[in-house]
Write a protein of this length. Sequence first.
Length: 134
Amino acid sequence: MPITREQRSALIKAAIEGSEHAYMPYSKYKVGAAILTESGEIFKGCNVENAAYPIGVCAERTAVVKAISEGKKDMVACAVVTRDGGSPCGMCRQTLNEFNPKMHMILAKLDGEVITEMPLDELLPLGFGPANLL
């Protein structure tokens, strides 16, 4: 499902807003994410670090969990914002792939400057998903 210019802008804005709640005392690397559902709802997320590093949570997975906890699995787009426009880690790519391998991805800086856009399956080629288990 292609997203409109208005949805794109709202998604980036929501990701920036999400980043404002990031808890990153160790890396100082602020990340915000926002997920757009087919019905037009947006779910924001931020990264949450922990002194025991492996149990930290990325912004993308925070947004996914918020959507799922509200009964929304029909994810169509995801915006991720960082200071340098970085891309999601492998764990987040796999999590997003679970719900829509063709999800529209927007990678942007914290000021809203878009670095790139692409379908998720370009970020995670040959991804493993539910169909592999059938």
